[in-house]
Design a protein around this ligand. Sequence first.
Ligand SMILES: Nc1ncnc2c1ncn2[C@@H]1O[C@H](COP(=O)(O)OP(=O)(O)O)[C@@H](O)[C@H]1O
Ligand SMILES: [Mg+2]
Length: 241
Amino acid sequence: MPDRDLDTNVKAALAEPPRRVRQLDLPDGRRFWLKRVERLSGLMRLQKGDPDRAFAAERAGLQALAEAGLPVAEVALEGPGWMLMPDAGSVLPQVVADASRTEADKLAAFAQAGRALGLLHLAGLVHGRPAVRDICWDGKEARFIDLERFRYGRRGGLWQAADVVIFTQTCFTRWPQDTTWVNAALEAYAVNAPDGAMAQVRRLVWLLMPVGWLSWALSLIRPQSRELRAVPLALSRLRDA
Ligand SMILES: Nc1ncnc2c1ncn2[C@@H]1O[C@H](COP(=O)(O)OP(=O)(O)O)[C@@H](O)[C@H]1O
Ligand SMILES: [Mg+2]
């Protein structure tokens, strides 16, 4: 059935100067997100890489995950250089910060996120950068929304282990003192991930130990960097995982 309301709103939004991501609220209460190819200046292009390639990689990632039956943001409509996704809920840091949510709901969000990453690895895929801020929770399902670095991989391979390290590091960046959330996610990950995945994570952590020391040393010079301070915390959490 043609969705005139949606078409009109998308057309109007596309006529505006492009922004990479924008929220689109319809008069009937439905919420969507419009993603477009970034227009970068020469210098930014050098720093961030080719935006068309990144957009194509993201589209391929969304499609591959959907085809594998994994929880991922849906693509409702798309065209050259843009795609429209239904709202997938709040990103995990917003979930934690939301005082109106129960502890059980928050724990469920992280358990589902860990499970989603485990299933993604079981399907032989690599997320590439599963940051907590790029996972949405709608009360039932935790979905990946941002897949620019997605690729195919090997079950229990090092790139999959790197996903776990990155996820954990982003959790310690947000919540350096509170391991409740990362623990809920890692527990569910271990249950759903391929055999040997956690052993591979421990192996990678071992290889990354010098990075942990370096980050720790650098964090003395740059004490304001939460990312740097999170690296040794993440590595020591995963060493014993
Ligand atoms: N489908 C979606 N559902 C809910 N929120 C979304 C969705 N897509 C994007 N967002 C919101 O927009 C923000 C930026 O989108 P994201 O896909 O992460 O792009 P970027 O590459 O700019 O980080 C997200 O952090 C999230 O808050
Ligand atoms: Mg993002």
